[in-house]
Design a protein around this ligand. Structure first.
Ligand SMILES: [Fe+2]
Ligand SMILES: [Fe+2]
Length: 144
């Protein structure tokens, strides 16, 4: 497995959880649990990705701006998660923020998969792509 395949696998998990989240309603166990699982996935993934994808990219001239942009989006995602945490589960604003989060994350995943991966594919050697996948996966396994 290379780093792109490893990340894409977790992106698919996030997509499934986001879809599930916007189909929940009110202060239900399902909504609380899905949100908790998604929040954890997003946070650990962002940490793993910053360490084992963005960090080795940011020193490359061609990739510095892109890497900064990607990391800035992680912060925007964090802020939406905080907003959801400050909102009552059964308020109508909750679903609106959940939909905002879904849109923001989906856009971010698209950027990573369709723009960043293509460019990073030219920066990393085949060996590096594999070793990054191992480091990334180990971090996820240890922290999730
Ligand atoms: Fe990301
Ligand atoms: Fe990602």
């Amino acid at each position: 497995m290379n780093i792109f395949e490893a990340i894409r696998k977790d992106h698919d998990t996030q997509r499934d959880l986001l879809k599930k989240l916007v189909n929940t309603s009110g202060e239900t166990k399902e909504r609380k649990q899905t949100f908790k699982t998604l929040k954890n996935e997003l946070e650990i993934h962002a940490n793993a990705e910053e360490r084992h994808f963005y960090k080795p990219l940011i020193s490359n001239d061609m990739m510095q701006e892109k890497a900064r942009h990607g990391i800035a989006e992680h912060h925007e995602i964090d802020e939406l998660i905080e907003k959801l945490e400050e909102t009552d589960y059964d308020s109508s604003a909750w679903l609106k923020y959940a939909k905002d989060l879904k849109e923001k994350v989906e856009h971010h995943l698209e950027d990573e998969e369709h723009i960043f991966f293509q460019l990073a594919g030219k920066v990393f050697s085949e060996t590096k792509k594999k070793s990054l996948a191992e480091d990334y996966t180990n971090y996820m396994d240890k922290n999730l």
